[in-house]
Design a binder for this molecule. Structure first.
Ligand code: SF4
Length: 394
């Protein structure tokens, strides 16, 4: 009881300190005196949990990335509701640790930390080289399956983070319900939604602000010219409008970028960073090097080796000097101790609109269908014991 009270007190203290940090982050006092203390805390925490590869360079990379992540959240002044979701439900909750231990005792390895779910293939755009080959097809994930998967992730794995992708997630409709209903039904889970941004208006942004458990990552290809070359004419203005609306509602948002041979230089330029992060208020960026899958596979879009090195150098400059969370999945492998797919302890799975389950978004071979597993009386854990998934994991 005594110990429990101490934990509760500590949690209250940390949560209030972080809330003070969020509300005072733009003040000189915070930047000069308080942030160095936060930085020291991050440094110590990273050293204590070094991961499987405890090389000094790897620990240093992790420190700079986490520092940029914290700083990015503080810089944009996330709403207190969103801060509460991150602080109390993610950082301070012991649910994941408890469920992980239970799962490990039963199966002998760590459960997945999250799932990426594409509930609909439909999209209102037709981008060149779209990884999901999105179009007007009606294929959609049954809402009951969608919501059950998120509940089981939490109940069995203690995983309360889901990435929602597409097609365009905001086009998903099942018996009148959409993705916003999913976010509302799971208030203690956090959702990162990749979206083209064109369907975000005042009403949608207002709901996101009210829920406080969703952060949209809006796709851009660079500035106006490059964005419209790949996404279509007129799309840039709609994206910028969405970002301004999100900022007005204090919804923490980021950008999602596919690095190609044509935009590799622009997406790490000062002009790009100043515009999206400085002027429009994006908090973070996820960068994916173009993969030749999906629509009209085009090898000419693949970045060259020199461009990949350039992206690596410039992205670390942005992270270290400007303290912006600019995560390049391909170049920042050491931060996540390598590939994050299902082929490792923890890892993740990808669920598509037909209920097929893949080890990774970029690995187009499904070994299972969750609808069929559910129909046979199984659950999410039965996925992990399939031969392919066990084999790549252990
Ligand atoms: S890349 Fe995204 S926005 Fe473009 S067509 Fe594909 S799903 Fe739609």
């Amino acid at each position: 009881m005594q110990v429990e009270k101490k934990v509760q007190f500590n949690n209250l203290l940390v949560s209030n300190l972080l809330k003070i940090a969020f509300s005072t982050s733009r003040s000189l006092l915070f930047q000069k005196f308080l942030f160095p203390i936060v930085e020291m805390g991050i440094k110590n925490a990273v050293k204590r949990v070094p991961g499987p590869v405890a090389l000094p360079g790897v620990i240093e990379d992790k420190y700079y990335m986490i520092r940029a992540m914290v700083w990015s959240g503080l810089r944009v002044g996330s709403s207190s509701r969103f801060a509460d979701t991150i602080v109390n439900k993610a950082i301070l909750s012991d649910l994941r640790a408890r469920k992980e231990a239970e799962f490990r005792a039963k199966f002998g390895f760590d459960p997945p930390g999250f799932m990426t779910i594409s509930p609909a293939k439909r999209c209102n755009l037709r981008c060149r080289g779209c990884y999901a080959n999105s179009a007007s097809e009606k294929d959609q994930l049954d809402y009951e399956i969608f919501t059950r998967v998120i509940k089981e992730m939490r109940d069995y794995w203690g995983a309360r983070f889901a990435v929602i992708s597409g097609g365009e997630p905001l086009m998903y409709r099942w018996n009148g319900k959409g993705v916003l209903d999913i976010y509302r039904e799971h208030p203690d889970s956090l959702f990162l939604m990749y979206t083209n941004g064109t369907l975000i208006d005042d009403k949608v942004a207002g709901i996101m602000a009210e829920l406080g458990n969703i952060t949209p990552a809006i796709s851009v290809e660079g500035m106006k010219e490059l964005t419209e070359q790949r996404r279509g004419k007129g799309v840039f203005e709609r994206i910028i409008r969405a970002m301004k609306i999100l900022k007005k509602h204090r919804v923490t948002f980021g950008v999602s970028i596919t690095a190609t041979r044509f935009n590799a230089e622009e997406i790490v330029s000062d002009r790009f960073i100043d515009y999206y992060f400085g002027e429009l208020g994006a908090a973070y960026a996820w960068v994916f090097h173009y993969m030749p899958i999906g629509r009209d596979v085009d090898l000419a879009l693949i970045p060259t080796p020199d461009q990949r090195v350039y992206l690596w150098q410039k992205s670390w400059e942005i992270i270290k000097k400007r303290k912006i969370m600019f995560a390049d999945f391909w170049n920042h492998g050491p931060v996540s101790d390598g590939c994050i797919s299902a082929g490792r302890p923890g890892g993740y799975f990808y669920l598509d609109w037909q209920a097929n389950v893949y080890p990774c978004v970029f690995f187009p071979y499904a070994a299972a269908n969750i609808k069929e597993i559910y129909e046979k009386g199984g659950n999410l854990n039965d996925l992990i014991n399939l031969p392919l998934h066990r084999k790549i994991r252990l």
